[in-house]
Design a binder for this molecule. Structure first.
Ligand SMILES: CC(C)(COP(=O)(O)OP(=O)(O)OC[C@H]1O[C@@H](n2cnc3c(N)ncnc32)[C@H](O)[C@@H]1OP(=O)(O)O)[C@@H](O)C(=O)NCCC(=O)NCCS
Length: 130
């Protein structure tokens, strides 16, 4: 958890200026967390929480800037999707930053509804059947 928080601090709080009290929420205590490690160093993370009986909500996807666009984010997302499917969930949902929508589209998610504000950043709901 400490290693995931260190990544999220750099990406969300320092880079994207998300307030710390929003970034560090209560879901961390019961979420399933994924950590990407390269040569012993944590470089990316993501998490998922149960969202009703059939759905999981994926979130806090972050890859350190210097390691982006090398497949790390996709590897984390595929890992979470695979785990959710194996645990018997039917659908994954997420709130995508509009600037990251293309990333999730490539992984089979579709946008649902219009844009909305979350932590001062424009988002859109996306979902994917598992
Ligand atoms: C969004 C994020 C997690 C993606 O991680 P990444 O490791 O850079 O993504 P990958 O390298 O695995 O990219 C997989 C594919 O998506 C594409 N992609 C990556 N980021 C993209 C973006 N923002 N928009 C459109 N396409 C994108 C890549 O080009 C790649 O395409 P390819 O397979 O055709 O080459 C990362 O950019 C990040 O941490 N951003 C800052 C935090 C953030 O915005 N998180 C998302 C919150 S919803």
């Amino acid at each position: 958890m400490q290693r995931a928080w260190a990544i999220r601090r750099r990406v969300f709080i320092e880079e994207q200026r998300v307030p710390e009290e929003i970034e560090m929420d209560a879901d961390d205590s019961h979420a399933f967390h994924a950590l990407a490690i390269l040569d012993g160093n944590a470089i990316g993370c993501g998490r998922m929480v149960e969202h009703g009986r059939r759905d999981v909500k994926i979130g806090r996807m972050a890859v350190l800037r210097e390691f982006r666009k090398t497949g790390v984010g996709a590897a984390i997302l595929r890992f979470l999707v695979d785990r959710a499917r194996r645990r018997g969930f039917h659908r994954a949902i997420l709130h995508a930053q509009l600037t990251a929508e293309g990333f999730y589209l490539k992984e089979g998610f579709i946008a649902v509804g219009g844009a909305f504000d979350e932590a001062g950043i424009a988002h859109r709901r996306m979902e994917r059947e598992l």
